[in-house]
Design a protein around this ligand. Sequence first.
Ligand code: GDP
Length: 269
Amino acid sequence: LFPIWLHMYLSGSTAYITLPSVLVVGPPGAGKTALITRLERRTPQPATTYTSQTLNIVELAINEDGTSKYSDDLDASGAVAKKFLMVDTPGHGKLRGATLARLASAASTAETKLRAVIYMVDSAALAEDGGIAAAASYLYEILLALQKRMSAGKSSKAPPAIPVLIAANKSDLFTALPATLIKSQLEAELGRIRTSRSKGLLSSGVGADDVDSASENDDWLGEYGSKAFQFGQMREFDTDVTVLAGNVVGDNGSGPGLDKWWRWIADKM
Ligand code: GDP
């Protein structure tokens, strides 16, 4: 079931799914399922949920001018709603390859319905040993897939912008790393990953002459040859990256909740 759904969703070329959509990705345990379950429950329309063990799709809505809250009952207020889908993908290592391949192909078409990607992280887990490295390695792949879509385009029209929200979840926990630190530490780690990847290429026995700059460029995230990686370098590839803290669980005063994320999403629809 998983590959069929994922293909139908991510290929963007199917009659089944024609609504704008947001893809939710990230390491396991970040709170992806909790997020889409909560948004679904607060949605006035009985949301259609397609649940499989691996992929979870919910239908959500915002009002015409994008000002409604996630908790608003749009039906009751008689508002004209814009509908969109939110797709929760498995963070499990084994399934990442499939997610990435299809993300790359879907995102590269001008007709794509994919409007945004949410990369969710556990802000408390990031404060632990190895937490940043674990979160950064999958993020590297996601951002690289979005970067590559610009050159992999099948159509002559350029693919549309696909912004990324790094949703720093669980900020209700007192051990949570603040968003500003998460941003700078992820940038530093992504920089380390791209450096070690380019060194790996050079030390793999391939002579410098054999490495054409195109393939060398291939795995380099952001501005080629730049010293430090910064999320701002992704703008060149029409991907704006924003880091916002929030929490899905326990927002009774113990954290910012999910309003900021919802505003970000509404703005992209
Ligand atoms: P997924 O693997 O990314 O889908 O993560 P889940 O949605 O299964 O969440 C993993 C665990 O984190 C669950 O026990 C959730 O209740 C918990 N969780 C999710 N969001 C929050 C949050 O904002 N704060 C806290 N404290 N726990 C959360």
